[in-house]
Design a binder for this molecule. Sequence first.
Ligand code: SF4
Ligand code: MG
Length: 321
Amino acid sequence: MKNLLKVENLSVAFPFDTGDKKAVIDMNFELHEHDFVGLVGESGCGKSVAAQTIMGLQHPKAIIKSGSIELMEEEIIHSSPEKWQQLRGRKISMIFQEPMNSLNPLMKVGRQIEEVLEIHFDFSKERRKEIVVDTMKKVGLRNTEEIYEWYPHELSGGMQQRIMIAMALVANPRVLIADEPTTAIDATIQTQILKLFKDIEDLYRGAVLFISHDLKLVSKICKRIMVMYAGRIIEEGDINAIINTPKHPYTKGLLKAIPDYKKRGQPLYNIPGQVTPLKDRIEIGCPFYKRCESRMKICREVFPKTSDFGNQKVCCHLYDN
Ligand code: SF4
Ligand code: MG
């Protein structure tokens, strides 16, 4: 299958008084056509920093320490602003958590979707409108001709997020990154938006990277999962392998922390402790050491190698041979 996105040895740091601290460390992954991959971890683990770097939208203070990002076999990591303008929307798109912060409050939503087409194609006005209306239908909006004329504040949160998804998809990009796309939406609408993501998979022959802190939610729609902790992917694999036979103590903890109706009345499990704030992190040993119930002496000193189980990979000394 065709390789659409290839991230290799990506490390991104931020400057602190204590020195540059890496929020993303040696990240490696590939997305192929029809991939639907979840990137999961607690907030502050580096998911958004990775996504923003892949989109060329990293914080001005972020320092790319190393790595390569190939989009459809083209290196893009140090692209110029003009180049990014060509890539974003057309080859790679992103959907953010808060639609209201991303939409222009003063512009009709239909026009906002149309603008993406204007940047990338020479279509006539009529053709553009046709494509916009068609895309609005595909993302589950009804009365599209009417909604085209509305301003963002006239739409519900769920509808705003559908507009964002339409904007992301209208120019038919090959890679779609969704960063917590349902977190700011109420629970009932969340289910509908998730269903829409499943439909997107059929609608369009690209790849989706779906970012969330919610492992349960990701397991409902993704085929493959990468679990991130303190800047590193510490476990990844097929959804069934990760859910049924998690290997990393952190993944096990995340699964154990999912509320289970069968255990009603019992206290909810929480992984002990907290992720070390970025400014205090040291890159020695296993980053999960302080919170791990299975830690050993070696874990404090040596970062574990990756053990490969075929459909699952894990970075933990418990699997050293
Ligand atoms: Fe726990 Fe050691 Fe595995 Fe880290 S390497 S997760 S500390 S057992
Ligand atoms: Mg985030």
